[in-house]
Design a protein around this ligand. Structure first.
Ligand SMILES: Cc1cc2nc3c(=O)[nH]c(=O)nc-3n(C[C@H](O)[C@H](O)[C@H](O)COP(=O)(O)O)c2cc1C
Length: 333
């Protein structure tokens, strides 16, 4: 049954959204807020273990807690048992996300080997039945993120699967255009997203190897998909969202971020993570982003090495302030 949430999802999809991918230990509330200010129209939480949710595990509960302004955001869940996933979907629904996304694409052996994530691709019939069950139980739209298939096959199951998932009421489909067995290696083949898109009326989102605004434009042009999802490039360069928006809406290439913006993002991300998680964890979880944020600045490698061993927020901020002041002096000289 179409609800307001279904209409809102359709509305988002009509705007050719550039979407922040679900990424474990990356796409948390802090990072989602930051990407949203840079132009991400829609975010998806990192995947949340259905069993963890049902056990009341603190980490799982934290992951589904959305701040009031964390909208539109979908909660992604994963698990290997359809009825447990359905129960978890009900719990996730109570956290009022924009929709529920089911992870059918995680290739990591400890997940897929147990039948969760991409493990569902080994039994498409079961996957479709699982989706049917969840669509029937939750009121919010249900979407699926998956891959083109499990292993090397000449005819990927994604085409048939897309049709069948649409038939059971799935509201949108994200396709990471690789098979599960390759993990993240080799190029993503967007042509599968095009072929799947051609056989369904629901929105299809293309994912894999979108690393620039020009890539986002090309991915949408080549596939005709409704939206594009960005993962790894956002970790290093979340400005990709505004760059993609500028290409899609105005056909222009934005200049890259200024040094001042790069330093400001390091500070903002560090501060927000420390406010959210305390010390030293807040500083430590920000580290994976800093090299990318500082890329291209003079002495970036040395700066990154200094920051990598610093657990104190104050010291990190001092180091960044000093580096920025030194750069300003250099430019002025
Ligand atoms: C660190 C990391 C964590 C990820 N965690 C998830 C996850 O929780 N759920 C999911 O569906 N995909 C996850 N992915 C896969 C991404 O969402 C995305 O499909 C993949 O990285 C391909 O897109 P990209 O080429 O833009 O990175 C993860 C990827 C990375 C690099």
């Amino acid at each position: 049954m179409a609800t307001e949430a279904h209409t809102r999802l359709q509305d988002i999809m009509s705007r050719r959204p550039v979407i922040l991918a679900p990424m474990e230990d990356v796409s948390d509330g802090v990072f989602r807020a930051l990407c949203r200010t840079l132009g991400a129209e829609l975010c998806v939480t990192e995947f949340v273990n259905a069993e963890g949710l049902l056990r009341g595990c603190r980490t799982a509960k934290r992951k589904i807690t959305l701040a009031p302004d964390d909208r539109p955001t979908a909660i992604q869940i994963y698990g290997s048992d359809a009825s447990r996933l359905a129960e978890a979907a009900r719990m996730a629904e109570a956290a009022a996300p924009s929709f529920i996304d089911i992870n059918c694409g995680c290739w990591v052996p400890k997940v897929s080997g147990r039948g969760a994530g991409a493990g569902w691709l080994r039994n498409p019939q079961k996957m479709v039945e699982m989706a049917r069950l969840i669509v029937g139980i939750v009121g919010l739209p249900v979407t699926v993120k998956t891959r083109i298939g499990w292993g090397p096959e000449s005819e990927m199951p994604i085409i048939d699967l897309a049709r069948r998932l649409e038939d059971v009421g799935v509201s949108a489909l994200t396709i990471h255009c690789r098979v599960a067995q390759v993990g993240h290696s080799g190029p993503a083949d967007w042509s599968w997203a095009r072929r799947a898109r051609e056989v369904v009326a629901i929105p299809v989102i293309v994912n894999g190897d979108v690393r620039s605004g020009a890539d986002a434009e090309r991915a949408l042009a080549e596939t005709g998909c409704a939206g594009v999802m960005v993962g790894r490039q956002a970790i290093d360069h979340p400005w990709i969202f505004r760059e993609a928006r500028a290409r899609l809406d105005r056909g222009i290439d934005l200049p890259g971020p200024t040094p001042a913006e790069r330093f400001a993002l390091c500070r903002a991300h560090l501060r927000a993570n420390v406010a959210e998680r305390g010390l030293p964890y807040g500083v430590r979880v920000t580290r994976r982003h800093l090299a990318g944020y500082l890329r291209g600045l003079p002495d970036a490698a040395a700066l990154r090495r200094t920051l990598l061993v610093e657990d104190s927020l104050e010291r990190c901020l001092e180091i960044l302030d000093a580096a920025e002041a030194a750069l300003e002096r250099r430019v002025a000289a």
